[in-house]
Design a protein around this ligand. Structure first.
Ligand code: URP
Ligand code: ZN
Ligand code: ZN
Ligand code: ZN
Length: 467
């Protein structure tokens, strides 16, 4: 194999740890070396391709640790396939996703996992790994967890919500946590008290409260906090680490903060929708609120400050998208007249890096924290570091040239996700992805897509490196 060398010259290289004006040499898909821009060492480098990064940030490709391509939900499927969803991710500067393979009740983990391997194989524009959703914690699935960890599926999502679908009771949760404590797996928790929520859903519908905004009202913040607290205590009893997904309520953040103050290995993720959107969106008239139905739900805007504080103070470690798009026409519309039938989930895989850059511009977080929560921390959390999540010799050359001064307006007219609306329609963003490399291959070249389905490779993950 002939070696190809690419040189990225003159940009500001930003990692979670430092910012330096450096040139980056790429050889055979990996970062070979960094050297100060203008240094003799960098000046002596030759390359087949030179990319001028003057005036740009040079940052690690984003790692989105929570996506649901083609996810079955509420009698339909998330509208992005692995092909369309990973292409949209690339457009937005994300070069790795960790998606969720789903175990169906009555079936093995293996069956679910093999189905997800088949959906993704040959279709992805960027690299990908899998978590496993445990819907049926039995003796057999517990044993299978050990094998999956060895195979690179090192994290398992459990649901305290959705009785009759994904829900696990406390006994099953405890058993899965005990197993993870033994095999090194990371338990990811959807923390909402689904049993209590279903009572409130039934009562709301009986009272004629069928609009999308009631989705937010019945999924009370206290029921997120209660489940978060319970999950933390169960993890303590089991002696396992815990990662709480899609945290939205300030009361849930308080539970994570209390646990971390005790030194417990408890981690939290939030998503851009909870940082930038609110129950005001869920209450939009004329059923438009359905576009904003996800679980945990959007909260009143006064919860956002607790999330930003959590991200600054490391009580929340990761921002993922929970990308789970459903078209308004034909999919979200399934819930007209009954909010509980609206498929849960929002599109977002394309805009995470941009929205978090906007948070830098707005002063919520600093530049290195942007890279930490979007790249480095998810890579370490999910056993991908240092191959992913940083710019350092030996790492995969997953690199984004980011123009911090470009102005853009987010719109469904111009986005690349396979969904007919944007939850961020009309939002102005300062900053834009310009060029993206995935393992040294340019997949976005100055805002033209040059990648291909099938370039993305499956990544077997190590166990959590954040502990
Ligand atoms: O509403 C959401 N978040 N849909 C995706 C499934 C989940 O619970 O993560
Ligand atoms: Zn969830
Ligand atoms: Zn999710
Ligand atoms: Zn979710």
């Amino acid at each position: 194999m002939s070696s190809t060398r690419t040189l990225i010259r003159g940009g500001l290289v930003i990692t979670a740890a430092e910012e330096t004006h450096a040139d980056v040499l790429i050889e055979d898909g990996r970062i070979a070396a960094l050297a100060a821009h203008g240094s003799d060492a960098a000046g002596a480098w030759t390359a087949d391709r030179i990319i001028d990064a003057g005036g740009k940030y040079v940052v690690p490709g984003g790692v989105d640790g929570h996506t649901h391509m083609e996810m079955p939900f509420g009698g339909t499927f998330a509208s992005d396939t692995f092909e369309t969803g990973t292409r949209a991710a690339a457009w937005g500067g994300t070069t790795t996703i960790v998606d969720f393979a789903v175990q169906s009740v009555g079936h093995s983990l293996r069956e679910g996992l093999d189905a997800w391997y088949a959906k993704a194989d040959g279709n992805c524009a960027i690299d990908y790994g899998f978590h496993m959703i445990l819907s049926d914690v039995t003796e057999r699935s517990l044993k299978e967890m050990d094998r999956l960890v060895e195979e690179g599926i090192t994290s398992f999502k459990l649901f305290m919500a959705y009785p009759g679908v994904f829900y696990s009771d406390d006994g099953r949760i405890l058993r899965a946590m005990q197993r993870a404590a033994g095999n090194g797996g990371l338990i990811m928790m959807h923390a909402e008290n689904g049993i209590a929520i279903d009572v409130l859903v039934e009562q709301a519908l009986a009272a004629g409260h069928s609009d999308p905004r009631y989705h937010g009202e019945v999924r009370r913040a206290l029921l997120e906090a209660e489940a978060t607290h319970r999950a933390i205590q169960l993890a303590r009893v089991a002696g396992s680490p815990l990662y709480v997904v899609h945290v939205s309520a300030q009361e849930a953040v308080a539970e994570l903060t209390a646990a971390r103050d005790l030194g417990l290995p408890v981690f939290g993720e939030t998503c851009p929708q909870y940082l930038f959107l609110s129950t005001d969106d869920l209450a939009r008239p004329g059923f438009e609120g359905a576009k904003y139905v996800c679980s945990t739900p959007l909260r009143p805007a006064n919860h956002q400050e607790a999330l930003w504080r959590g991200l600054r103070g490391n009580d929340l470690q990761v921002v993922s998208t929970d990308h789970c798009p459903f078209c308004f026409t034909g999919q979200k519309e399934l819930g007209r007249g009954d909010f509980s039938k609206i498929p849960n989930g929002l599109p977002g895989v394309e805009h995470r890096m941009d929205l978090l850059h906007q948070a830098v511009v707005d002063g919520h977080i600093g530049r290195r924290r942007w890279i930490e929560i979007a790249c480095a921390a998810p890579a370490r959390m999910f056993g991908l570091y240092p191959r992913k999540g940083t710019i350092a010799p030996g790492a995969d050359a997953d690199i984004v040239l980011y123009d911090p001064h470009a102005e853009q307006v987010i719109s469904a007219e111009t986005h690349h996700m396979n969904v007919d609306y944007s939850v961020y329609e009309g939002r102005r963003i300062t900053g834009q992805v310009e060029t993206v490399l995935s393992r040294g291959e340019v997949v976005i070249d100055r805002r033209t897509y040059t990648g291909r389905a099938g370039h993305g490779q499956y990544i077997a993950r190590a166990t959590c490196q954040y502990l």
